[in-house]
Design a protein around this ligand. Structure first.
Ligand code: GLU
Length: 475
């Protein structure tokens, strides 16, 4: 039997980090088994489901590189099919109409609470004659669930979990207005889509026992379940926005790479020995549900950032240039051909120092910026009149350099410092500021080599003549 799994988000908000991990585990499971990864949009909550949220889910999955098979299934559109199954169960005597009013149900709950029992429907209409139905009450349809015995689930993560059937009441399948409940829709969809394995958050574990009873009533073998522990914040509390439980697009905006996100998310719950850095291709080979832990994992922004730094260095230079283009544009810097050439030459030096695409774009901006380049306020202080004079001297010395490579440039600068009787340090920092607008940058001679002679001389001239505007520090 080939594996078919699904990711079934409710489109009531963005694709958050927990959902992204659930999607990733399903995707890895499918790809490692040569199976299918399907997408089902659970849009039955009409008041809260939005087109925008659906788009964000598609975008988020695409950005993460989690490609799904077949067309996505929209749950709401299948409501008639869900109701049809409930009517079949009614006809087969496996479900029944229940006319209990909201007041009666509340009284049942209150009684159960008073007796220290779990509030549940007491089965009043299970065997009662429908002829006794009250006027003016629209009945719901309930599953005639087993009242004795146990329901056991062999969970791929939680192991064997058993619940006495006496604890499960007869759940509602169709509401009074004939619309299907969530529990009915999920089971019918999973059955119709041929889902073989359901991998989802362990907040759904309690639903599973009722769902299994429904599968049995429908005469369908239940899928294999795997309930993965939720993600917690660094303080151990359930992950919330306060901890960084943001939509995946927020991580994209922070400059994270999809391969780093995948690496980080797969390690939130799943492990392969002590390996931390795992490529997606490797994970597809190694992934197994047996190594998903039972305790909640903690979200750690620093870990994500350091994995991102790793994958950033692994990324091809030309890809990084494409990726930072949008961030540069946002900063008002357009990338032209000369810019691309300089970034290609300078990327190795830049990417070694950065952890995110945002940092990379900021570090790279000086290569691309039009003259006169902006100078950070703290760096501008170094360009005092004495420093500007020294820069004019260096510029004159550099004008006669013909072999424009790092070694020759360094020799020329050192020779000039010696002749002028000033320490090389007194030249290096103002030079860096004039050429990069900052006190931190890749190696000075590397920068000079990448910028080329004309640009270096022009930038030194700008600095000597105080033409550079100031740039306020980044927030
Ligand atoms: N729509 C549910 C959710 O977003 C998932 C249901 C399931 O996986 O069975 O939590």
């Amino acid at each position: 039997m080939s594996v078919i799994v699904r990711f079934a988000p409710s489109p009531t908000g963005y694709l958050h980090i927990g959902g992204a991990r659930t999607a990733l585990f399903n995707w890895l499971f499918a790809r490692s088994k040569g199976g299918k990864f399907l997408l089902r949009i659970e849009d039955t909550d009409r008041a809260r489901s939005t087109e925008d949220a659906i788009e964000k889910i598609f975008d988020g999955l695409r950005w993460l590189g989690l490609d799904w098979d077949d067309e996505p299934v929209f749950q709401f559109a299948r409501a008639a099919r869900h109701a049809e199954v409930a009517h079949r169960l009614l006809a087969e005597g496996k479900a029944y109409h229940c006319w209990s009013t909201p007041e009666e149900l509340e009284a049942m709950r209150a009684k159960a609470r008073a007796e220290g029992r779990q509030p549940r429907y007491d089965g009043t209409w299970r065997d009662k004659d429908p002829a006794l139905a009250p006027e003016g009450v629209k009945p719901v349809v309930r599953l005639k669930a087993a009242q004795t015995g146990e329901t056991t689930v062999q969970d791929m993560v939680q192991g064997e979990v058993t619940v006495p059937n006496a604890q499960l009441d007869d759940m509602v399948l169709l509401r009074g207005d004939g619309t299907p409940t969530y529990m009915l829709s999920v089971v019918v969809d999973d059955a119709d889509m041929g889902i073989t394995h359901v991998i989802r958050g362990d907040d759904h574990l309690t639903n599973t026992f009722r769902q299994v009873q429904l599968y049995r009533a429908m005469g369908v073998e239940p899928p294999v379940f795997g309930h993965i522990p939720l993600i917690h914040g660094p303080d151990g509390a359930k992950l919330s926005k306060r901890h960084g439980a943001l939509g995946v697009e927020a991580y994209r905006e922070m400059g994270m790479l999809p391969e780093a996100m995948r690496n980080y998310l797969m390690r939130l719950g799943w492990s392969h020995g002590d390996d931390d850095v795992i490529s997606t291709a490797q994970a597809v080979e190694w992934f197994d549900m047996g190594h998903v832990g039972r305790s909640p994992s903690r979200f750690d922004m620093q870990k994500l950032t350091s994995l991102n730094a790793h994958w950033l260095r692994e990324c091809a230079d030309e890809d990084l240039i494409t990726k930072i283009e949008a961030y540069l544009e946002e900063a008002g810097i357009a990338l032209d051909q000369v810019g691309v050439q300089r970034l290609t030459a300078g990327m190795a030096g830049l990417k070694a120092r950065c952890r995110t695409l945002v940092e990379l774009a900021e570090a790279a901006a000086f290569y691309v910026e039009a003259r006169p380049i902006r100078i950070a306020t703290d760096a501008a202080k170094l360009l005092d009149p004495a420093a500007r004079e020294r820069l004019a001297g260096v510029a004159a010395a550099l004008a006669s350099v013909e072999e424009w490579d790092e070694a020759t440039l360094e020799a020329a600068c050192r020779a000039h410092a010696g002749e002028a009787g000033i320490g090389f340090g007194k030249i290096a920092q103002p030079l860096r500021v004039a050429l990069t607008g900052s006190t931190v940058s890749p190696g000075l001679f590397e920068v000079m080599a990448v910028l080329g002679k004309d640009e270096v001389l022009a930038r030194l001239d700008d600095a000597a003549a105080s033409r550079n505007p100031e740039k306020s520090a980044r927030k």
